[in-house]
Design a protein. Structure first.
Length: 368
């Protein structure tokens, strides 16, 4: 298991995660679950959707967003976004006026905040609930400096995308109408097997990144995929929600979030300063309140670029295998470009300054 010991005490949290996070987000209520899918199902139960009611989701979305609605037999319609993945407000208005829309899912991609004011104004006019998907934006902030996830009716965070934990999702309930909703948790030995598979996956990833031999690394990569697939398949079919594991709570109680944020932001700024390559396209502007899941860039021949990074010991991330693009992708041109060309350069808090310089040097060498 990844321990990240240098990010333990003194932490942002002291003994009880719920109290400190509730104070940070100024939330009416918090729900801790094992996965974001579980918390999405909690939201669906709260909203008590009728068969004729619709939820709007972005065309470029994770299966983790769509599967809970599918399991609950809730209709989802897709809305368009522009080249920066900001919702197309005209398309949103058109869909709301044509359908009986109950909720709107807004994804804060890669850790960057979406412009919420105009969206909230449209939703309020039609009594539509706002669900903020902050899975990639843990502890990021809006442009006005307030914590991300505090402006919608609900906000979800995925902890394993940022922290060395085997599971964990945080649901923030900002709408006082739902603050007293009672959660019925479910669990089984099968789900515990899923958590064990994820722990093994995390440990293999840690070992893999310290292996200098490419052949051994490829073998470990195969087993990483096997154990992650076991984990993924179980959580997709298991009843939700499930309580967050004791292991994750133990780490949360001791994690130094202040140092965590400072290091990730410093790594991001350092990469932005060092990377100089005309083949690389940035499609977001950096600002002081971000906490990125990775530095997002667009490249041609992405698969070749990813293999090039791997040969040089750099493990990048793309949102394709478990993300969704509607079959009529010609109607979603901007989303398609990002879907097929994006890649995330690591900015993890455990990277040293020498490793950051190595990443920049390798990226600068692409195409030359």
């Amino acid at each position: 298991m990844i321990t990240y010991k240098r990010f333990y005490n003194p932490g942002f949290l002291t003994k009880e995660p719920n109290g400190q996070f509730k104070k940070y987000f100024k939330a009416k209520n918090l729900v801790w679950a094992s996965s974001g899918r579980g918390n999405f199902e909690v939201i669906i139960d709260m909203l008590d959707l009728n068969p004729d009611e619709v939820v709007l989701v972005p065309a470029f979305a994770a299966q983790g967003i769509l599967l809970p609605f599918k399991r609950k037999r809730v209709k989802c319609f897709f809305y368009k976004s522009n080249r920066y993945l900001v919702p197309d407000l005209e398309d949103v208005k058109r869909l709301i006026e044509k359908n009986k829309v109950k909720a709107f899912v807004l994804v804060h991609y890669f850790g960057y905040p979406q412009p919420t004011e105009e969206i909230i104004s449209i939703l309020k006019d039609h009594s539509v609930y706002l669900i903020e998907d902050c899975a990639q934006a843990f502890l990021s902030r809006y442009m006005d400096g307030s914590p991300i996830g505090t402006k919608g009716d609900f906000a979800l965070f995925s902890l394993p995308k940022f922290l060395p934990v085997p599971d964990g999702s945080l649901l923030i309930i900002n709408n006082k109408r739902f603050s007293e909703f009672k959660i019925e948790y479910k669990t089984s030995m099968l789900y515990r097997a899923a958590i064990l598979s994820h722990l093994i996956f995390l440990q293999l990833v840690t070992w893999q990144r310290n292996v200098g031999n490419l052949f051994i690394s490829n073998i470990m990569d195969y087993f990483c995929k096997v154990f992650y697939l076991i984990y993924y398949k179980i959580i997709c079919v298991h009843s939700n929600p499930v309580r967050i594991s004791k292991k994750s709570r133990y780490i949360l109680e001791r994690f130094n979030f202040k140092k965590f944020l400072e290091t990730r932001r410093a790594n991001t700024l350092c990469l932005l300063d060092l990377i100089r390559n005309d083949e690389i396209v940035y499609f977001f502007q950096i600002y002081k309140g971000y906490n990125l899941v990775g530095l997002p860039i667009l490249v041609k021949n992405r698969n070749s670029f990813r293999r090039y990074l791997k040969r040089n010991g750099i493990y990048s991330l793309v949102f394709n295998r478990y993300w969704y693009l509607p079959p009529n992708e010609n109607n979603y041109v901007e989303e398609s470009k990002i879907y097929f060309r994006h890649i995330l350069i690591p900015v993890n808090e455990n990277l040293t300054s020498e490793e950051i310089k190595h990443i920049a040097k390798v990226v600068n060498g692409w195409g030359r």
